[in-house]
Write a protein that binds this ligand. Sequence first.
Ligand code: FPP
Length: 264
Amino acid sequence: MFDKLLRKKTTAVPSTLQERVTIAKEKPMPTHVAIIMDGNGRWAKQRKLPRIAGHHEGMKTVRKTTLFANDLGIRVLTLYAFSTENWKRPKREIDFLMKLPGEFLSTYLPELVENNVKVEMIGSSELLPAHTKEAIQKAMEATADNDGMILNFAMNYGSRFEIAEAVKNLAHQLSENLIQLDELTEENVSSAMMTAHLPDPDLLIRTSGEVRLSNFMLWQLAYAELAFTDVLWPDFNEANMLDIIEDYQKRSRRFGSLEGDEIK
Ligand code: FPP
């Protein structure tokens, strides 16, 4: 009898990561998650290692996060891997960062293919070294037919540059009479962005305790939920990601409107 009473009173508290994943998957999952992967330098500094060691460890977190996001059923994962402002860093660090897509993809491409992940890129490939472009191109070709999660690398990406390019493109269409001024809508602008074929991010995560957007997806993040964590990117793990997803699932996304019962 005691046993029966006890069983009745016990509410199951999910303890393992797997149990939490199962519960999270029954609730609305963000379709598109965008991440500003920050804190590699500080992670390395804490260990008296060169900054590039932090970036290398960060690459392993890219793999872990990609597999976990895929498991959760997230459809698009956009990772800010190199910004247009990152060219201001020392040449040695830039050279290292430019080698990471090659190392990442030569190591993990078979695993991405196996998991039906499709690799894509936003940003301007013009200034990227040939070996970086080739590695990304090869991965995009190898995964072109995959219809699972899109792993979208933002490489040499800057939001203001993207917006300026979109404005140029639309101005050209106007001057050629391909569209009329009164036809210029938010949808046209979205279609002129590098993310034209993607839904806007539902959730933006930035690691390392910094609370800013750093020229990342400024147009697309208009209605995203924002999540900032103090965890440095190389330390970011599945439990940290799940904490954020669970928090996201508790939020009420109103897109400027009201809750159903508040609309009279
Ligand atoms: C910001 O941390 C991070 C970057 C500029 C680079 C991010 C790149 C990776 C995580 C690896 C990318 C991997 C692939 C496969 C493309 P920071 O260096 O500014 O850190 P800090 O603020 O602590 O100095």
